[in-house]
Design a protein around this ligand. Sequence first.
Ligand SMILES: *Cc1c(COP(=O)(O)O)cnc(C)c1O
Length: 224
Amino acid sequence: MTQITDHLANIRARVADAAARAGRSDDVLVLAVSKMQPAESVREAFAAGQRHFGESYVQEAVAKMLQLADLPIEWHFIGTLQSNKTRAVAEHFAWVHTVDREKLATRLNTHRSPHAPPLNVLIEVNQAGERQKGGVGEADVEALARKVMALPRLSLKGLMCIPPAAAEPGEFFARLRELQTRLAARGLPLNMLSMGMSADFETAIAMGSNCVRIGTAIFGPRPA
Ligand SMILES: *Cc1c(COP(=O)(O)O)cnc(C)c1O
C-alpha cells in the first residue's frame, strides 16, 4: 500500500467510528483536500477509491484538472471566492462551498453552462465575525439562501464553516447544526453540513457534519 492509500483507509475507519459513536447511520462524505498537492497524489487517492476532491486556488486547480481529465473526479471549490474567478469556478467545478454574497451567486449562475447540471452551492457562514475570513453572518444566511434558491443554474445544498483557529471547534459546529435545523424547518434545502478538517473532523461528525474536508491527514504536509 502507498502512504496515501494507507491514510485514506485510516480516515475512512475513523469517520465510520465517529459516526457510529454518534449513533448515526447517514453517510459522511470525505472530501480529499488536494490543494498544493501534485496531480500524482490525486491519482493515487483516486486509485484507492476516492472520488471527491477539494481545491482552494482556481488556477492551480484548473491546471491539475487538465492533467487528470481522464478521471471522473467530482471537484469541490473550497477557497476564497473572488468575483473575477466565478467564471472559471462555474466552468470547472461541481460544487462550491464558499458562497457568501449575492453578487457571487448571481455571477456563478450566469456563468454556469445550461448544458451542465446545476452547480451545487453551500453557503459559508462566518460565525465569529472574523474580518479576515470569508462567510456571511448567521443573521444573513436565510436571505442569501433564498437568493441562491431562486437562481436556476445553482442548486442550494447546505452550509459550511471554518471555526476560529484558536477556539474549541465543538461549539461552532453545534451552532452551524442548529442553524441548519432552524432553516430546514423554514423550507430551505440545506442537507449538507461541510465542517471538520484533519484536526477536528471527529468532533464535527459528533455534531452532525456530513462532509469533512481532509487534506494533511490524507496527503501529508502541503509542499511550500
Ligand atoms: C486546506 C483546507 C482544508 C484541509 O485542511 P487540513 O487541515 O489539511 O485537513 C479544509 N477546508 C478548507 C476550507 C481548507 O482551506
